[in-house]
Design a binder for this molecule. Structure first.
Ligand code: COA
Length: 373
């Protein structure tokens, strides 16, 4: 895949070495050398998380142990429960996740020599779905959910705890694929944020909390939520075509389209689009998928812009009855695996990340006392 050359925003700048992921560099999208299409079709998210964090695909017994630990990591400490109860009902769920991560860091500290970093990795992967589901039900019905479950995968666990009933196998599969596709993407804004924080020798919770802050914006992870808001504005493909045409004429950005690195297509789109179509059929929704395709067609015709992973993830999640504001928090549940792998890699060969700027301010000038200004 070609790489765009652009000025500003560190576009095209090689900002460090990494052995985790290739994006648009002629290799296709790979996690630690494994093709994303094979991983999405054949593996489960926990295998991918293990691969990213520990460097190799797990053996059967290693995967079992990993999943067992992830299951145990779902329990919420009391201090975190109390904190989540205090966060207002109208807070953005991304702020809930960011605060939950930071609060956990206050009660289950990382050791200064990072010797418990792997325990913290498992804890964060396991606990994020519980944080969101607990806050959701507490503020919806004032009930404290039980975070225990027989579901042995994060995808099934989150769907079960959100809807409080066993999820369909098809939905677990769709969620699993989506988590795999979202798990890692090289030096994107949130991952780079995590690496910068790590480079100061700060702790894992601080790096992940900062990464969540970066992911929240609509130019990055927040695009999946914004894409659903856009799709929901329209009731027919014709309406969507005209409505998006009008937005483009007003120079609006259409969230879920375009990419900093990819120029012709996002390789993940073909996979998630297929799942969106499957789930539309499963729930009998004949409106949203055709609207999404109409927007896709128009964006290509008018701007030569293609859907990125966020665009069809939006409808995929919507078909599973997931509230739109939870779309980017699901991204966290997955990308935490990628962030953790980068945090550990940064620690292995650390040097403070501290670039320089080109100064474009005023020339030196004498200080003027306040009474003379
Ligand atoms: N809708 C409309 N126009 C878009 C666009 C979009 N989604 N994405 C890019 N463009 C246009 C820009 O307006 C700009 O046009 P101009 O040169 O006439 O000003 C041009 O394409 C270049 O865009 P720019 O934002 O400078 O490119 P970038 O490499 O910095 O941006 C993104 C990459 C992802 C930030 C950008 O495509 C975007 O904002 N997309 C929407 C948000 C999104 O989906 N983010 C998730 C990414 S995975």
């Amino acid at each position: 895949m070609e790489t765009k050359k652009k000025v500003g925003g560190l576009a095209g700048i090689i900002a460090g070495k990494s052995a985790i992921c290739t994006v648009g560099t002629g290799h296709g999208l790979n996690y630690r050398g494994y093709d994303i299409y094979e991983l999405a079709a054949l593996s489960e998210f926990e295998e991918v998380a293990y691969l990213l964090i520990f460097g190799n695909l797990p053996k059967k017994s290693e995967l079992q142990t990993f999943k067992h630990k992830l299951k145990a990591a779902r329990a919420l400490p009391n201090a975190l429960k109390e904190g989540l109860k205090l966060i207002p009902k109208d807070a953005h769920p991304m702020d809930v996740m960011r605060t939950g991560c930071s609060l956990l860091g206050c009660v289950e500290k990382e050791k200064p020599d990072f010797s418990n970093q792997e325990d913290i990795a498992i804890r964060l992967l396991g606990i994020f779905p519980s944080i969101l589901a607990f806050w959701h039900h507490y503020h919806l019905n004032q009930t404290e959910i039980d975070t225990q479950s027989e579901q042995d995968c994060i995808a099934g666990y989150f769907l079960e705890k959100l809807h409080l009933k066993p999820p369909k196998e098809l939905w677990i599969k769709a969620m699993n694929v989506s988590l795999i596709l979202y798990a890692e993407h090289e030096f994107n804004a949130s991952t780079f944020t995590a690496r910068i924080v790590t480079s100061t020798l700060s702790d894992t919770y601080s790096a992940i909390t900062a990464a969540i802050g970066a992911l929240r914006g609509p130019l990055h992870g927040g695009a999946n939520e914004a894409a659903m808001d856009l799709i929901a504005e329209f009731s027919t493909p014709e309406e969507a075509f005209k409505g998006v045409q009008k937005k483009l004429a007003q120079k609006a950005k259409i969230m879920g389209f375009g990419h900093r690195v990819y120029v012709k297509a996002d390789p993940r789109n073909v996979v998630i689009k297929e799942w969106s179509k499957k789930l539309a059929q499963d729930v009998g929704n004949k409106i949203i998928y055709p609207i999404s395709e109409a927007i896709e067609k128009l964006m290509w015709e008018e701007k030569k812009l293609f859907p990125n992973l966020d665009f069809y993830s939006a409808s995929t999640y919507h078909f599973m009855g997931i509230p739109t504001a939870y779309f980017t928090p699901i991204f966290i549940m997955s990308r935490t695996a990628g962030w953790l792998s980068h945090i550990f890699e940064q620690r292995q060969d650390n040097r403070l990340i501290r670039p320089s700027s080109e100064y474009i301010g005023p020339e030196n000038r004498p200080y003027v006392p306040i009474e003379k200004r």
